[in-house]
Design a protein around this ligand. Structure first.
Ligand SMILES: Nc1ncnc2c1ncn2[C@@H]1O[C@H](COP(=O)(O)OP(=O)(O)OP(=O)(O)O)[C@@H](O)[C@H]1O
Length: 294
């Protein structure tokens, strides 16, 4: 099956910041979570992938096709994508009820019934001005707009930021519903990694403009673990050759050391006296990015 989006060797320079060699793909039926610290390059990647900024290098294939920027072909491909960026894109004087008219002009596939359904679900009153919406309500408005034209791919940049936990769960339910056909996909950047634990299939982590790891979510959260070690335990594990030199990641705390282990079951068998917990996406990212390499 053709990927919904293929980003190959993407590069972009902003002064000292260099995004380079970014590869990322969304297969039909998958949700890809895109994570990384502030300023790591997530928004730059997403904007370059959508042609909102010009990349310095790389190729972006939408639905299997590469089309020239600004061409009718690329506009047609982009109309099959629903986009939510981290700011509400509608004019502040617009009222919620007026926004459907923008959708009707912009998208041949615009669906008024779906728009009405989503704005009602999100409790967005038609008379409310965009300027008077809270940040969370603005995100819901953008999400309703992105979904009401029945996209095949959703690209979300921090779309659940600013939403309270109940609203985030509502949004996650809508995203699950969107994925139910098995042919669509989502590429979403977020700092709320617990949302990705609920919905993502793949996790891609960028740091300082480079991809640091890309793996199925289950590998990170089911197989990987964090061993709670004393300093002597770390030395023993390294001495036993459990890790190839330089591949262990250790974070020291006042009360001991956390050691990232790729297979917590194998670790538990090899070192039954060292407690090992399941890793979260946040553990995996923090230890990979901030852990001392041993
Ligand atoms: N228009 C721009 N002009 C100059 N530098 C920019 C521009 N946009 C982004 N940058 C720089 O590019 C780097 C990456 O920014 P980007 O917004 O992609 O990070 P991010 O991973 O999305 O961060 P955050 O999680 O904070 O949203 C940062 O150093 C930022 O200052």
């Amino acid at each position: 099956m053709t990927n919904l989006i293929d980003i190959e060797n993407l590069g972009k320079r902003y002064g000292d910041f260099v995004l380079t060699g970014v590869n990322l793909a969304v297969e039909p039926g998958t949700v890809v979570g895109f994570i990384g610290s502030n300023g790591a390059g997530k928004t730059t990647t997403l904007k370059a992938a959508l042609g909102l900024i010009t990349a310095d290098e790389g190729t972006v294939r939408l639905f299997g096709q590469v089309a020239a920027p600004g061409s009718a072909a690329v506009e047609e491909l982009k109309s099959r994508i629903g986009v939510v960026l981290d700011t509400c894109a509608f004019p502040s004087t617009c009222r919620v009820g007026d926004i459907a008219s923008i959708g009707r002009v912009a998208y041949a596939t615009w669906d008024d019934a779906r728009w009405n359904e989503l704005t009602a679900l999100f409790q967005l009153a038609p008379k409310k001005k965009v300027a008077d919406l809270s940040r969370g309500m603005g995100m819901k408005l953008s999400l309703a707009f992105a979904l009401a034209h029945h996209p095949e791919l959703l690209v979300l940049d921090e779309a659940t930021a600013g939403l309270d936990p109940i609203a985030r769960d509502e949004v996650l339910d809508i995203l699950r519903d969107f994925m139910a056909t098995g042919e669509r996909g989502i590429l979403m950047s977020t700092h709320i990694t617990s949302d990705l634990e609920k919905i993502a299939d793949e996790i891609v982590c960028v740091d300082n403009g480079r991809i640091m790891f890309a793996a199925p979510k289950d590998v990170l959260t089911d197989e990987a673990g964090v061993a709670r070690c004393r300093a002597a335990d770390v030395a023993a594990v390294l001495e036993a050759g459990f890790f190839a030199p330089g591949t262990a990641r250790v974070l020291r705390h006042d009360y001991g050391c956390d050691l990232l282990v790729p297979d917590r079951f194998a670790f538990g068998r090899a070192f039954p006296d060292i407690p090992v917990d399941k890793a979260t996406i946040e553990d995996y990212m923090t230890l990979t990015l901030k852990g001392e390499s041993r």
